[in-house]
Ligand binder design. Structure first.
Ligand code: ADP
Ligand code: MG
Length: 623
């Protein structure tokens, strides 16, 4: 038979790549603004017409491009920002994939004008659907202007998929605000249909927040500043009495990059616990600085998701820093000694400077184990403690796999890919006195589980493996519709913004097939009376928030399946995190459950869950 594989022509490859990078006008805005910042501009202007459907233009006064670079910039994987894979671990620029301009040019009409400060003349390039139609020498201010017109002109399906101007403009403003907040030292302007929407002079962070969100914001900001070995945190949280009904004022930046993290958001909510009403959302504008080596920003093409090496520790630090700030600024209720002289103490305490509380980080801190357990029982959802990651209770761990047992976990046939060492033949290397423990699993750095097998050893990524296990379970219960619900004693009311509610509503049926029971869909809230058996009540809001953000980020295409997305999203939320220490029993259970899965070797997002190393491989290492 003749060979049938062909390389895709560049313009087709670019269009495909564009689908990942450019979902809507706001994605173009993000990429262009980031390029301006990467070019060291200190003034950036964004011009929008008809919510970006007719024009998106970004003008900067940065370092510009030479004629050759200008032309190269539209090639796929053309970037000035990294040269080798190692550079990925020390990134200080926003872009690095060299995909944005190529992708945008594949699906729009683009006009680029650019001049380097030291040159007298600049370059103008016009490109339409990846085809360069003109390149000229022009008189143009120093810096770069990129105008993107007729977005999706050659992909009608995508163009028709765009939402109303109001919705698309909202997304653009969101991106603009995120970038502007991350860079207060750069002046930003935004115009929509000829009128000025924002004019933000270079300023300090506080002024930037106030310039974006209005003068009244000033009085409600409480500074947060903390420096620890692993994390520097700075910025502001809103005073509790100003908590909002929606989540429009919640911003996390990691190394100047806006990120979404339902988990870290939870850390802040828990710092505000008891200070704000249920259903209200605290405002926050927080910058986290971490060693770039400890994060992986490469996991999503639009890069608002990020993977931290040790989320547990970050959670603890963020929570206590915010608590500390709220306490220090007398937000948390305190006795005011100056007001009531009867309360005067014999000592002169009131004139003494208060000692700053120090923060100690418990590396094994597990917010879910200690804090949420009591809350759950008080709300009556007794069996909700199913997922509690308490360390020494094998029993609670077991219930993570509700439903798995029936699959015949221990069947020999299930271990088709990996042959396990049988216990009798194992010569224990170390004596382990733990009752019920076997000697053939070890946890490394609270991240990997190492297990010996006949041919050598397995190294399992605990977070990904657990995602796979939960994902298959969820999919199963959703397709067979046999999910077991656990009734809540008191209905759970959760607040969402008006654009989030329709997303949840569209997933209602699928959510119900996992075990959720909704009793009401309001304008800005949902009422839940039942949750899946293995989901603790306290995590429902995290799960739904994560789900909404996953749906928002999903590139809609023909293979989109709400069921699959839901299962992936919930699995991601519930899976134990890196940094979580596991008992021998838990490790063993994880290994067994993983290999009872249909596709044990990859996570739901297609990343390897384990690697094997044969004795041969090991032997080679010792040669
Ligand atoms: P990336 O940002 O990932 O490198 P892009 O496709 O966004 O990829 O841009 C490709 C290259 O074009 C950049 O690496 C940069 O060298 C150049 N470039 C893009 N925009 C600008 C700009 N506004 N000013 C100067 N150079 C730019
Ligand atoms: Mg870029």
């Amino acid at each position: 038979m003749a060979d049938i594989i062909q390389l895709l022509p560049d313009h087709v490859a670019n269009q495909i790549a564009a689908g990942e990078v450019v979902q809507r006008p706001a994605s173009v805005v993000k990429e262009l603004l980031e390029n301006a910042i990467d070019a060291d501009a200190n003034q950036v202007k964004l011009i929008i017409k008809e919510a970006g459907k007719t024009l998106i233009q970004v003008i900067d006064n940065g370092k510009g491009m030479s004629p050759t670079d200008a032309r190269l910039s539209f090639e796929r994987h053309a970037t000035s920002k990294i040269r080798a894979a190692e550079d990925l671990f020390g990134l200080h620029t926003k872009g690095f994939r060299g995909e944005a301009l190529a992708s945008i040019a594949a699906i729009a009409h683009v006009e680029l004008k650019t001049r380097q400060p030291e040159e007298e003349l600049g370059t103008q390039i016009t490109i339409e659907g990846s085809e360069i139609t003109a390149q000229e020498v022009v008189v143009t201010p120093e810096g770069t202007s990129v105008a993107v017109k007729h977005l999706f002109f050659n992909i009608p399906a995508r163009r028709n998929f765009l939402k109303s101007n109001t919705v698309e403009l909202r997304h653009i403003i969101d991106e603009f605000q995120r970038v502007a907040l991350a860079h207060p030292d750069i002046a930003f302007m935004m115009y929509h249909n000829g009128s000025e929407s924002f004019n933000l002079p270079a300023s300090n962070y506080r002024q930037r927040v106030v310039n974006i969100f209005g003068n009244k914001t000033n009085e409600k900001l409480v500074p947060v500043n903390e420096v620890t070995e692993v994390l520097k945190i700075s910025g502001f949280v809103g005073k509790p009495e100003f908590a909002k009904k929606n989540r429009n004022e919640q911003f996390f930046f990691v190394n100047d990059r806006f990120i979404k993290s339902a988990y870290l958001n939870h850390a802040i909510n828990s710092a505000f616990e008891g200070l704000i009403k249920d259903g209200a959302h605290p405002s926050y504008f927080l910058n986290l600085e971490v060693d770039p080596k400890t994060i992986d920003i490469n996991i999503h093409p639009t890069k608002t998701e990020i993977k931290f090496d040790d989320e547990h520790t970050l959670y603890a630090i963020i929570r206590s820093s915010v608590k500390h700030s709220l306490g220090q600024f007398n937000i948390a209720p305190v006795l005011d000694f100056d007001l009531d002289t009867n309360l005067d103490t014999p000592y002169n305490y009131k004139n003494k400077a208060a000692a700053t509380p120090t923060i100690e980080v418990d590396r094994n801190f597990n917010p879910f184990a200690e804090e949420m357990a009591p809350k759950r029982s008080s709300s009556g959802g007794g069996s909700a403690s199913a997922v509690s990651f308490k360390k020494d209770t094998g029993a609670s761990w077991e219930s993570l796999y509700v439903g798995l047992e029936s699959k015949g976990t221990r069947d020999e046939e299930d271990f088709s890919e990996v042959e396990f060492e049988s216990e009798e033949t194992t010569e224990p290397l170390f004596q382990d006195n733990e009752v019920g423990a076997t000697q053939n699993t070890y946890q490394v750095h609270n991240k990997y589980i190492v297990s010996t097998i006949k041919s050598g050893m397995l190294v399992i990524d605990q977070h990904r493996a657990h995602q796979r296990i939960l994902y298959e379970n969820l999919l199963k219960s959703m397709t067979v519709k046999e999910a077991v619900s656990q009734q809540l004693l008191f209905p759970l009311e959760l607040h969402f913004s008006s654009n989030e509610i329709p997303i949840l509503e569209s997933l209602k049926e699928d959510l119900e097939s996992t075990g959720f029971i909704f009793s009401q869909f309001g304008e800005d809230l949902v009422e839940i009376t039942g949750v899946p058996i293995n989901v603790p009540e306290s995590e429902v809001s995290i799960i739904l928030e994560q789900l909404i953000s996953d749906v928002e980020q999903e590139v809609p295409d023909s293979s989109f399946s709400a069921t699959d997305l839901l299962a992936k999203s919930i699995a991601k939320s519930l899976a134990i995190k890196t940094g979580q220490s596991l008992t021998k029993l838990e490790q063993e259970h994880m290994v067994n459950s993983l290999f009872a899965c249909k596709e044990p070797s990859v996570s739901p997002t297609n990343r390897p869950t384990f690697i094997t190393m044969s004795v041969d491989d090991l032997d080679k290492k010792f040669m």
